[in-house]
Ligand binder design. Sequence first.
Ligand SMILES: C[S@@+](CC[C@H](N)C(=O)[O-])C[C@H]1O[C@@H](n2cnc3c(N)ncnc32)[C@H](O)[C@@H]1O
Length: 366
Amino acid sequence: MSDLFDIIKAEITADGPISVARYMDLALAHPEHGYYKKQDPLGEDGDFTTAPEISQMFGEMVGLWAAVVWQAMGQPDPLNVVEVGPGRGTLMADALRAAYAMDDFDDAVRLWMVETSPALRAKQKATLAQTLMMPAWRDRFEEVGSGPLVVIGNEFFDALPVHQYERCDDGWRERLVGLNDDGGKDGDKFEYCLSEQLIDSCVIPQDLRNSTPPGGIFEHQPVSAEIMRQIAKRVVEHGGAALFFDYGHGKHGIGETLQAVKGHAFSDVLANPGNADLTTHVDFEQLMIAAREAGAEVLGPVPQGAFLERLGMRQRADTLMMNASQEQMAEIDAAYARLTDADQMGTLFKVIAVVPPGFDVPPWAE
Ligand SMILES: C[S@@+](CC[C@H](N)C(=O)[O-])C[C@H]1O[C@@H](n2cnc3c(N)ncnc32)[C@H](O)[C@@H]1O
C-alpha cells in the first residue's frame, strides 16, 4: 500500500467515511503524494495523452483564436494570457508561436500559468524557454493580475473533484469512501458507502430530482463551478474571453463517470490513490450556469472536431504537408483524424467560450 493509502485510511478511521470529492482531492492534490504533485503523467510513456501532445496544430489553432480575440478587443496592451492546468506547456508554446504572426501581439502579452504541480511547472518552464516568454506561475486563478485577459483551459475541469449523490428510495444520499469490513479487523481496502443522512436535494437539478430511479448517480462539480464563476466574473469586468476544451456532456444527466487511468488503461478508482489519474466527464451545463451567474455569456458547447475545422485546421494540416516526408504526412493525417473524427476526440470533446455579453468570438462570430 502507498503512503497516501495510509494517510486516507487514517483520516477515515478518525472521522468516518469521506466524500468522493475529498478522496479525489487527496489522490490528485495531496501536497506530497498527490498524483499531479509528484510526476508528469502525460504522453505515450505516461498515463494519458492530451490534444496538444498529439499535434502542434491544436495549440496553433488556439493561438490564432487568441490573437483574433485580442484584435476584436481593440488590441489592449498589456493583455493577460492565462492558461489553467497547462500540463507540459506544449499548448501555450504552440499557441504563442502561431499568435506572434499578429503584429505587436508578443509585446502586449503578459503570460500566466495557473498550475499547482511543481513537477509540471518545471516542464512548462523548459517548454516555454523556446518562446522567449517566461510566465508568472500561480496556484489559483484569483492570484492572476488584473486587466483584460484571454484564458485557455484544456482538460482542466475534468481533473477537479466532484461529489457523487445517489438516488435512494427515500431521497438522495452522498456516496462516500470508507474502509471495507474484513472480519472485524481494520479495513484493508476502500469501498463505497452512503451517507446516513439524506442530503438537501436542492443540489440536484430540478428536472432530475424526482425522475431519477433508485441507484442513479448525479455528479456535482462545485469546485469547477466556483473557478468558472471567478473566471467569468473577471472576463465580464476586465474584458476578454475564455476558451475551454474538455470531454463531457452538454446537458447534465444521471450516470457515474469517475474513472481511474494508469498506463493508458482503466484501473480501479479506489485501489491506487496518488498513482493513477482520476477524472470525470465534465458537465458543461453546470459550468455554463456558473458562468452566467457571474454575468457572462457562454458560446457553445460545440464538438471539438467542428470547432477546429471551422478555425481552419484542415488548411494548416495541408500547409504542414507541403514540406513533409511520406511518413510525416501520414502522421499529420493521423493526428488530424484523432483530434477531429467523431469516433475519436471530435465529438466527446467539446468547446465553450465565455465572453462578456454581446462579444462574439470565432468561430461563432461569422
Ligand atoms: C489533465 S492535465 C491537462 C494538461 C494540459 N492542459 C494538456 O492539455 O496537456 C490537468 C492539468 O491541470 C493541473 N491541475 C490539476 N488540478 C489543478 C488545480 N486545482 N489548479 C491548477 N491546476 C491544476 C494539472 O497539474 C495538469 O497540469
